[in-house]
Design a protein around this ligand. Structure first.
Ligand code: RFL
Ligand code: PHB
Length: 390
């Protein structure tokens, strides 16, 4: 087979780039290791910044998001027996975020790819990029007993944190920066009415908790748990009881509980790989960088990578200008590190750290007091949460 751009990974990054390039007449093939049902079964992001929403519209995939997604102008931080609201609209100069699940957005992208007869190959096993520094790179994969070869101009590694693309860059070239947190988030999805119309991030000495939602009938809740815990350790009853303990009493009182329809633990990690280009391989999204979910930045950092790559590919194919491809890594990393900083800050602010000193706890408390006493500090939080410009 032959294509212009071979994309490894059929998550939001890979599908979005494929769709955008297709609309500009640039040919792509997407290789996804899992089945479509498996990809759509993963429950991940819920909060999208406007930059991401804009890209969905540009990809002609924004119709359902605009109809069913909720615009949120603020969220709450519960701490020290109080609930303070962060007015995103006021402090970010009129911006907001969209609450729309990653599952739904991925479904919309798959539907658009189908509608336009885009090639997305599922259950592609042993995907391997080759000849990355040559002018004729190619990708191989196995389907049953058959090895298939795809010749292309460029390979995009959009295969998430555990993918093969980043690993195919020589260790002498790649520098990895990593911080692993000593806890994870246990998440529960339930068909219950959300406890609050806006998200509540709760700091509690028992650990962090988050009340989020997917719609007015679908709630998403998280609690911080030690890394040694597994999903089997947490019955639904135990989860709801612990969540209630970490929320302000009046919120806990009105919390509607019900059976979980999904329950999983995500370990918290920060990670960046540099550079994001090696020869004709370009990394995008979680393949190159991971943030702890506290600042809702993961998918949104992927969006800026895709935006830069999309424009760089257009310049290359439609105008013969490759400067965007040459500058991609530096440009993408500049924004990636700002998302890293913000996610680290919000994680440090709201979680309980097992080895923290009384001194650290005092600083955490002071940071929160400062935040809600300073319009400038709130402005900084708001501009990062709604998304820095691409
Ligand atoms: P994905 O979604 O991991 O997709 C990569 C795809 O590549 C496939 N793959 C391979 N395909 C072929 N060959 C191989 N060798 C392959 N290896 C892997 C995988 O099957 C998969 O389909 O990466 P992508 O597209 O870059 O998207 C990134 C986002 O998924 C991620 O950043 C967000 O989910 C992070 N995140 C959040 N981001 C936000 O912006 N807002 C949020 O509110 C938010 N909440 C979250 C989150 C992530 C979470 N978890 C579980 C880590 C909440 C949670 C709990
Ligand atoms: C979610 O709804 O899954 C969600 C929302 C906000 C976050 C992280 C996850 O910061």
């Amino acid at each position: 087979m032959k294509t212009q751009v071979c994309i490894i990974g059929g998550g939001p990054s890979g599908l979005m780039l494929s769709q955008l390039l297709h609309l500009k007449g640039i040919d792509t093939i997407v290789l996804e290791r899992q089945s479509r049902e498996y990809v759509l079964g993963r429950i991940r992001a819920g909060v999208l910044e406007h930059g991401f929403a804009k890209l969905m519209r540009e990809a002609q995939c924004g119709e359902r998001m605009d109809r069913e997604g909720e615009i949120h102008h603020g969220f709450y931080i519960a701490h020290d027996g109080r609930q303070d609201r962060v007015d995103l609209h006021k402090y970010s100069g009129g911006s907001s975020v969209v609450v729309y699940g990653q599952t739904e957005l991925t479904r919309d992208l798959y539907e658009a790819r189908d509608r336009m007869k885009g090639v997305v190959i599922h259950n592609a096993e042993d995907v391997q990029p080759h000849e990355l520094t040559s002018a004729a790179p190619y990708v191989t994969y196995r389907q049953g007993d058959e090895i298939v070869r795809i010749d292309c101009d460029f390979i995009i590694g959009a295969d998430g944190f555990h993918g093969v693309s980043r690993k195919s860059i020589p260790k002498t070239v790649l520098k990895e920066y990593e911080k692993v947190y000593p806890f994870g988030w246990l998440g529960v999805l339930s068909r219950t009415r959300p406890v609050s119309p806006e998200l509540i991030y709760a700091k509690n000495e028992r650990g962090f908790a988050l009340c989020s939602l997917r719609s007015q009938v679908l709630s998403r809740y998280y609690i911080q748990v030690p890394l040694s815990d597994s999903v089997e350790d947490w019955s639904d009853e135990a989860f709801w009881a612990e969540l209630k303990r970490r929320l302000p009493a009046e919120v806990a009182q009105r919390l509607e509980t019900g059976p979980s329809i999904e329950k999983s633990i995500a370990p918290l990690r920060s990670f960046v790989a540099e550079p994001m280009r090696y020869g004709n391989l370009f990394l995008a999204g979680d393949a190159a960088h991971i943030v702890p979910p506290t600042g809702a930045r993961g998918l949104n950092s992927a969006a800026s990578d895709i935006y830069y790559l999309y424009h760089a590919m257009m310049d290359h194919y439609l105008r013969g200008d490759s400067s965007g491809l040459d500058n991609y890594s530096a440009k993408a990393l500049a924004r990636v590190w700002k998302a890293q900083r913000f996610s680290w800050w919000m994680t440090s602010l709201l979680h309980s750290f097992p080895d923290s000193l009384p001194y650290d706890q005092k600083l955490q408390q002071t940071e929160l007091e400062y935040l809600f006493s300073s319009e400038k500090a709130l402005g900084s939080l708001a501009e990062n949460y709604v998304g820095l410009p691409f």
